[in-house]
Design a protein around this ligand. Structure first.
Ligand code: T3D
Length: 261
């Protein structure tokens, strides 16, 4: 697929997806949704990719659904299929990808964009970043997994408040509520994200991927089931070259060199 609305780059084990429609704060058109979902799929297929970064060009991360496109829809247009064939592929593409995904939140994320931020595993934000559940401002309900993700992260009272007021949640408050891992000055965001990405891409990738799977699955498991599943995954992790390298490096008092195998 040719990308016209995103930039996609793979360097040194790090795939970077840059949402690239800065004039509309990177609002999602149908084409941009398809391109983003496709890029995530490529990240899953490419063994050279060991970490994924998602960010936005210009001053925004993404303003969610492009409302100009919405206005151009005919009366027969149905949003359900649009969500299922589009945003759901992105959210499931991030959550189901067994590689660490870093959201580099450079500015405002609104609507479905908040879902994309929260679906990521590590969220590094500029002090200029903010989150806006814009849906109620246009008479919609939160989508893109937000009714599942947000109450689990900050509790239902805060999640519902953000949904019905559509107020802007600033970066510092998002950090305090545990939605962001770190907030840094805008001019340091690229370097800080790069440091995270390099660290994740040079780590024990199978361990990182299986940890993501275990934690995601644990939401719907009993403790008994989670313990059993951990034991199953540990059997796999313990057979990796990276496990052997980690143990050898510890005993030899040197830094490990992980290959992701
Ligand atoms: O229908 C379906 O497909 C269902 C799917 C739903 C998923 C969703 O994401 S629904 C939610 C859609 N998003 C919104 O409702 C957000 C609308 N935008 C805003 O509320 C504000 O723009 C922001 C809070 C995000 C940022 O505010 P601010 O003051 O920093 O920027 P701005 O001046 O409002 O916007 C800058 C430009 O971006 C402006 O264009 P201009 O005047 O410079 O030519 C604005 O029109 C454009 N823009 C911002 N958001 C969108 C957009 N253009 C199209 N669609 C947008 N969502």
């Amino acid at each position: 697929m040719t990308y016209e609305n995103i930039q996609f780059d793979v360097t040194d084990g790090v795939a970077t997806i840059t949402l690239n429609r800065p004039d509309s704060l990177n609002a999602f058109t149908t084409a941009m949704i398809a391109e983003t979902a496709d890029a995530l799929k490529q990240c899953g297929r490419d063994a050279a990719v060991r970490c994924v970064v998602i960010t936005g060009a210009g001053r925004g991360f993404t303003a969610g659904q492009d409302l100009a496109e919405v206005q151009g829809r005919g009366d027969e247009f149905s949003i359900g299929p649009h969500l299922r064939a589009g945003y759901h592929r992105i959210i499931k593409g991030i959550v189901g990808l067994e590689k660490p995904v870093v959201a580099a939140v450079n500015g405002v994320a609104a609507g479905a964009g908040v879902g994309i931020v929260l679906a990521a595993d590590i969220r590094i934000a500029s002090e200029k970043a903010s989150l806006v559940l814009a849906f109620s401002k246009i008479g919609l309900v939160p989508d893109s997994g937000l009714n599942w993700l947000l109450p689990r992260m900050i509790g239902q009272a805060r999640a519902y408040q953000l949904a019905v007021t559509a107020e802007r949640l600033g970066a510092e408050q998002a950090l305090a509520w545990g939605l962001f891992n770190e907030v840094v000055p805008a001019e340091q965001l690229a370097a800080q994200v790069d440091a995270w990405a390099q660290r994740l891409a040079s780590g024990p990738s199978i361990s990182f991927g299986l940890t993501k799977r275990a934690m995601n699955r644990a939401w719907s498991q009993t403790l008994e089931e989670a313990l059993d599943y951990e034991a199953y995954l540990q059997d796999t992790a313990a057979r990796t070259a990276d496990n052997k390298e980690g143990v050898a490096a510890f005993l030899e008092k040197r830094a490990p060199h992980y290959t992701g195998k």
